[in-house]
Design a protein around this ligand. Sequence first.
Ligand SMILES: [Ca+2]
Ligand SMILES: [Ca+2]
Ligand SMILES: [Ca+2]
Ligand SMILES: [Ca+2]
Length: 464
Amino acid sequence: MRTPRPVVLVLLSLAFSLVAGTPAAVPAAAVTTTAAATIATYDFESGTQGWGPRGGGVSVATTPAPVHGGAGALLTTGRTATWHGAALTPPFEKGVADDATWLSSFPITRLNPPLPFDDELQAKPAYWGVADPGRLPPVSRSLNAPAGTVTVDGKRDGQWDLLPDAPVARTGDLSAAWQARTTPTGLYVLAEVTDPTDDRTDTVTFTVGGTQYRIQRGGTHAHGFKAHAKRTATGYRVEALLPSGTATGVRVAVADAGRKETTWTGELVPVPAIRTTSAPKGAPVVDGVADAAWSGVPEVTTGTRIQGTSGATATVRAMWKAGTLYVLARVTDPVLSEESPNAWEQDSVEIFVDPENNKTRGYDDDDGQYRISFTGGKTVGGTFDAFAVKDNLTGAATRVAGGYVVEAAIRLPTVTLARGALLGFDVQVNDATGTARTAAATWNDPTGRSYVDTSRWGVLRLAT
Ligand SMILES: [Ca+2]
Ligand SMILES: [Ca+2]
Ligand SMILES: [Ca+2]
Ligand SMILES: [Ca+2]
């Protein structure tokens, strides 16, 4: 075989049937069917008949042989992950209920698939969200509220840009999004309101600890707290400092002309201030040696312990040029080991990058966990076997007295890197002793969940 890597061939038999409610290329065991009925058959004697590849690098084509009957079959090549294969862009209706769906097991096991009816065909909130939002049960949310301060002037501070605004439900052309920052003296809040009609009775009302704080679109508000409003291209922005005490229950209500209203109700989760650092423009030689290009670049330390109370730490610098982010990590770790078969239990540096700083609770396709061990071994984590990010990492490591140096180049092809851009960013040092990981430390994320959750990573600002 010419191809150096293993290629898996899958043959779909000449003529087979699809059953109602059974999408293609899903293991039969994952599907519950009732009242089976044949709705389509395929013989591949006149092309691929609507079947195409599923997964990057996968190809499908008809082939005359080998076949199980007739004169055609569908051949799938280039599979490199278990979910790769052939898929049909189906002429089917989308399913609506939990009783017969592939969503309960793919790509993860779910108890509550995103469908409007449950497995007894009773309406779920998704149905009422479409049919009659007034009948939705109240939703209680939670929102991280980092420590931080802003200027209450109606202008958007850089501090607000460290997190995406949390959406408040949309009602017609009225929508809003908001954020909060905690301080010992109160709660800073921001609301960005989209409301095309300028009415005196357009208001944002924050209710915290049972007290209402109402701010009019024009900025008018009661005494006893600080607030400011400013016109924006699509509506207005409100900033306020609320004397909230330690209350964490919050309701945000946005009213259009005193009538139509949209609300957010939930709990604030106070978290430490988001760490930020900056990356100047420049490119080093990526060889695991700290060359002159790195001098003067701002440096941070992995001082947040997520396992153990002592152990390896790193000082970390970052640069960017064209579409690539460069990271230098100098690790202090006198005892080096890669005895564990698990990459995350070997002495290694993990670099986490969220190119759009979306701070999502799961990974988006372009979010990546890029790991380089002290011997230069590279492993990449992300969604679906890291299919969208696995080729982004190059790098090298060298051993030095008392530790090792990692230099990484991470291509970020889904965004245009430019001065002022903010990336979700974190670095973790895994400290191995023999076959076990005995300590680990990060720059910002204290949860130990950076490998599955981007919401607590720090922020890297690109500079010139
Ligand atoms: Ca401000
Ligand atoms: Ca209005
Ligand atoms: Ca170098
Ligand atoms: Ca070690």
